[in-house]
Design a protein around this ligand. Structure first.
Ligand SMILES: [Zn+2]
Length: 182
């Protein structure tokens, strides 16, 4: 079992009881506001740098010795299976990959719904204007049945909902146009 720790931060600390002056100032990882792992400045630098490439174990939980904390790519995790760094890397890479795919999917859905909003937003005013301008018939064949308001430049290619970009087309001519665009 691996879990990501969401509430954590690295803070600075100063310990006046340590006599080596270069180690007086250090860093500490807080988990849920509780100070947990202390590191000297050089340890912190080494661990953070290393954790950009491989998971780095930073220590065990105080309460449960088999709970290990790992730093990897600016995120903190814990596990209880006593894993090796290479196992952690495989598992975390898979996890990151999955999350990225999910984010990509969400982004695509967002764009789709934005387009949906734009498409819905042809105002009555514009429709009325286009209807009159195009003489209440298809601008291609003059048909007066099954008319549709067509985006000359499709919304998906950045076309707007202004009258200049909207025309009347019958269903048949609109399908033909769609086919040509593809
Ligand atoms: Zn037509």
């Amino acid at each position: 079992m691996i879990r990501e720790v969401t509430n954590w931060k690295i803070g600075e600390w100063i310990d006046f009881h340590i006599f080596r002056p270069d180690e007086k100032k250090g860093y500490i990882i807080y988990i849920s506001g509780r100070p947990d792992f202390r590191m000297t400045a050089s340890e912190k630098e080494e661990k953070v740098n290393q954790s950009k490439k491989v998971p780095v174990c930073i220590g065990h939980d105080r309460q449960s010795q088999n709970k290990k904390y790992w730093l990897y790519k600016d995120r903190l995790y814990w596990e209880i299976d006593n894993l090796e760094p290479q196992d952690m890397k495989l598992l975390l890479d898979e996890r990151i990959e999955k999350r990225n795919r999910k984010l990509e999917k969400l982004k695509l859905t967002d764009t789709a719904s934005e387009n949906e909003i734009k498409r819905e937003a042809i105002s009555d005013e514009v429709k009325m204007y286009v209807w009159k301008r195009d003489g209440g018939g298809c601008v291609e064949c003059g048909s007066k049945i099954n008319l549709e308001f067509d985006h000359i430049i499709p919304v998906s290619m950045g076309g707007s909902n202004t009258a200049r970009n909207i025309q009347l087309l019958c269903e048949e001519c609109n399908r033909k146009k769609g086919g040509n665009l593809v």
